[in-house]
Write a protein that binds this ligand. Structure first.
Ligand code: IPE
Ligand code: IPE
Ligand code: MG
Length: 245
């Protein structure tokens, strides 16, 4: 369902805010194509959307914001676009981390390392996580070279390597071996650009999330769209397999 646009923060129920919102930032290529620009211009225009969404989440008192920046499947794109995205993400990190840090935002990264991710970018991710690790207002988690199935495979490999006996493996064990064991499940996942799928995002963590889809293309997304998604979330009846009320 498409959400109404631009809900104001004051119109949300502050007692029912999600603590973790996950976002699939999709539609950059189409945004650019609509303007006769190369796809990469759409990625560039996505920076403003991301920054406004982060400040919007911060103002709303959301504690965790996870954004899907590059999937394990995105390597299938033309080499030029992949190269652009690697450089773009590196530059974004270096130019924005000081202001995030200054506003008490902790930055973390989830996804596979050591597999095609440029070493220098990986180093900047580690440095940024280290630099911001004591911040407490909001955790922005960037899913980079991230795949939900890869995350589960990596968790299972860790568990087997640790020699955990089969009958000792519970949901808790698997959770403890995910990329960020302390990350709570998102109550809400938002996907832009009118695509109605998960695309291998947070396969484990989204099991009971509310899913909100909007036609807005990612470069046009602003905090008002985030609040519109939260407004939609607040109207949902979350039953978790039980009965309402
Ligand atoms: C999302 O926008 C950004 C990434 C996947 C890196 P797209 O590049 O997928 O844009 P569309 O879906 O082709 O419009
Ligand atoms: C999902 O978008 C990945 C990111 C936003 C990083 P895609 O554009 O890659 O997903 P599909 O190909 O439409 O499923
Ligand atoms: Mg896409």
């Amino acid at each position: 369902m498409d959400s109404p646009r631009n809900v104001a923060l004051k119109d949300l129920d502050r007692r029912r805010m999600p603590q973790h919102v996950a976002v699939v930032m999709d539609g950059n290529g189409r945004w650019a194509q609509q303007r006769g620009l190369p796809r990469t211009e759409g990625h560039a225009a996505g920076e403003e959307a991301l920054v406004d969404t982060v400040w919007g989440a911060l103002d709303a008192g959301i504690k965790w914001l996870t954004v899907y920046a590059f999937s394990t499947e995105n390597w299938k794109r033309p080499a030029d676009e992949v190269r652009y995205l690697m450089n773009f993400n590196e530059r974004l990190l270096l130019t924005r981390r000081d202001e995030f840090n200054a506003r008490n935002v902790r930055m973390r990264f989830i996804g596979r390392r050591g597999w095609r991710v440029p070493k220098r970018l990986a180093k900047h991710m580690d440095d940024t996580a280290e630099m911001t690790k004591r911040n407490t207002a909001l955790t922005v988690s960037i899913a980079f070279n991230y795949g939900g199935r890869a995350e589960i495979v990596d968790a299972v490999q860790d568990i087997v390597r640790a020699g955990v006996p089969a009958d000792k493996i519970s949901e808790k064990t698997i959770r403890a071996h995910l990329y960020d064991p302390k990350m709570p499940d998102p109550e809400l996942m938002v996907r832009t650009s009118g695509e109605y799928r998960i695309s291998n995002f947070l396969m484990w963590e989204l099991a009971y999330s509310e899913l909100v889809f909007t036609d807005v293309l990612w470069p046009d997304f602003r905090r008002g769209d985030l609040y519109a998604a939260i407004d939609e979330y607040q109207r949902r009846d979350r039953r978790f397999g039980g009965l309402s009320g």
